[in-house]
Ligand binder design. Structure first.
Ligand SMILES: C[S@@+](CC[C@H](N)C(=O)[O-])C[C@H]1O[C@@H](n2cnc3c(N)ncnc32)[C@H](O)[C@@H]1O
Length: 234
């Protein structure tokens, strides 16, 4: 974890279903890697852990990327367990999110930020879900298999949160990934809530992108979906 001084608003529990925080990282340190494209803003994970977990709980991230979840777990005294097809650092284990090396009902909370279509290249591994365009049904079949696996490893009456963004391309059109993911999740989990998280993506501030969106009559992605569910066996 790199150390640097910064002045940021204090962390707080987000009270509504519209979440916003002006920085990717909280506090005077970083969580995950600032050099990793597509990392989760750490305050999102911090808020989820504060609301849905207790100290000592086992928290799993099956798409762990640069390890943001593990760093927030360390800050809050949770036992973070991270998996990824392409481990970015030594405390992340290699595994496919659809076949986790974990026992049934052994996990207290799952956070997952899967690839949103094929706009970023994460690795050469052919199993990477980020190689499938969201206009293809294979993409949703892959996410469905990952959600089923999350349900298997979770203890009863525990929570899961999926962080995902919709897809739009001028050539291929719009795919409502967030609402489709909620429908997939409902097969396994009771819906707890649906939060919109304001995106502070650098691209969103670029004048040429904004002009293209207005001129072309389409929208830049201004928010991510955060879908919260609960495993309930009866
Ligand atoms: C959006 S990134 C996660 C970012 C992470 N939350 C962070 O803060 O750094 C998605 C990750 O999913 C991984 N991934 C893609 N397909 C996977 C699969 N089938 N199983 C496990 N990980 C996969 C990619 O390698 C990538 O690291």
């Amino acid at each position: 974890m790199s150390r640097r001084r910064s002045k940021k608003p204090p962390l707080r529990i987000q009270p509504t279903t519209l979440w916003d925080y002006p920085s990717q990282h909280y506090g005077s340190t970083t969580q995950g890697s600032p050099d990793y494209r597509g990392a989760t803003p750490s305050y999102v994970i911090w808020n989820l852990l504060e609301r849905y977990t207790r100290p000592g709980d086992v928290v799993v991230d099956p798409f762990c990327g640069s390890g943001t979840t593990l760093d927030v777990c360390r800050d809050l005294g949770r036992q973070g367990v991270g998996f990824d097809l392409a481990p970015f650092r030594g405390d992340i284990r290699q595994a496919d999110a659809r076949a986790l090396p974990l026992d049934d009902a052994s996990v207290d909370f799952v956070f997952a930020d899967p690839p949103y279509s094929d706009n970023l290249s994460y690795s050469d591994d052919p199993r990477c879900i980020g190689k499938i365009n969201a206009t293809e049904e294979d993409y949703f079949e892959a996410l469905d298999a990952a959600f089923r696996e999350m349900h298997r490893v979770m203890r009863d009456r525990r929570y899961v949160a999926i962080y995902i963004c919709d897809y739009f391309s001028k050539k291929r059109g719009f795919v409502p990934i967030g609402t489709r993911c909620m429908a997939l999740m409902l097969q396994y989990f009771r819906p707890i809530d649906h939060v919109c998280v304001v995106r502070h993506n650098r691209n969103l501030g670029m004048g040429n992108r904004r002009k293209a969106a207005v001129d072309g009559n389409f929208f830049l992605r201004g928010f991510n979906h955060l879908l919260v569910g609960k495993k309930e066996l009866d």
